[in-house]
Write a protein that binds this ligand. Structure first.
Ligand code: HEM
Length: 258
């Protein structure tokens, strides 16, 4: 049973995550979008979306730090266990609260606004429920166990098991003694990855980051009043001389990002 949960399940979920993205790309490129509903409602979205996304970036950074960096590495550069614990619990609690508030606003918006409710698909509902479950379990581990409780050193167990998956040497015995909340959270994390390609979360891989480095778009602004209207085409045909080039009408190049 242990091997099934801590070895077979993670690999099965990673396989679905990979194959699911290939399938989605091949079959639903037009649906590969955020499915934004900003035009239908913007008041709650304006607050909820940045809170949710900033919180998520923080939580992802925290997971990368806690799960991918071995405790021996942070110790080798002089970071004591106490300092690490302080930073992870403080950062995790702050970014987790942002995520919770942002998610709550995004979910509330789907309930209170009729137009948003009508464009909410079954897959959206499953995604919001999965996110809420993951956030509740994660926050229970961070706040209840690690901030106010006795604390649990997941870097010696969960993190080692997690990295083992990617070295093809996962050790299920490392997970059997973990608190139930962390066990459920870890299982939920992999199930969440399996769900990912079938939801609007695929937009993460198409974030328009190139926008930050793309060349400026050149616009032309008028320096002088607009030229007099040109004669009608028939009259132009009858005249011998072509009109002046557009660039000589006193236009000035300006650059901007739009
Ligand atoms: C297999 C994948 C995952 C593992 C092994 C994992 C493990 C952990 C651990 C050990 C903590 C406690 C951190 C601490 O106390 O400092 C935590 C917290 C948390 N996790 Fe995960 N997690 C996984 C996936 C996810 C996913 C997919 C989400 C969200 C969709 C998520 C959301 C959270 C949140 C909100 C917290 C509380 C805030 C924080 O400490 O960062 N986790 N997770």
């Amino acid at each position: 049973m242990n091997a099934l949960i801590w070895i077979v399940l993670p690999y099965a979920c990673l396989a679905v995550f990979t194959a699911g993205h290939v399938w989605r790309w091949r079959h639903d490129q037009f649906g590969w979008t955020t499915h934004t509903s900003q035009l239908l409602e913007n008041r709650l979205l304006r607050l909820g979306s940045p809170l949710f996304h900033l919180g998520a970036f923080g939580v992802i950074g925290g997971h990368a730090m806690g799960l991918l960096i071995p405790a021996s590495w942070t110790a080798a550069v002089g970071v004591s266990e106490h300092t690490y614990h302080l930073v992870s619990v403080t950062g995790g609690t702050i970014t987790g609260i942002m995520l919770v508030v942002g998610l709550a606003l995004l979910i509330a918006r789907r309930f209170v606004n009729g137009r948003i409710r009508r464009v909410t698909t079954t897959m959206d509902k499953i995604l919001y429920a999965a996110l809420a479950a993951m956030v509740v379990l994660g926050m229970s581990g961070t706040v209840v166990i690690n901030l106010f409780g006795d604390g649990y050193d997941y870097r010696e167990t969960i993190a080692v098991w997690f990295r083992g998956i990617f070295w093809f040497q996962p050790d299920p015995s490392l997970m059997s003694g973990a608190p139930l909340v962390f066990q459920l959270h870890a299982i939920g994390g992999f199930l969440f990855l399996a769900l990912w390609p079938f939801t609007r979360l695929v937009h993460v891989w198409s974030a328009p980051l190139a926008y930050l480095w793309r060349p400026y778009v050149v616009y032309r602004g008028r320096r002088t009043p607009a030229p007099a209207p040109q004669p009608a085409p028939a009259a132009v045909r009858d005249t011998a001389q072509p009109t002046a080039d557009a660039d000589t009408h006193g236009q000035q190049a300006v650059t901007t990002r739009s």
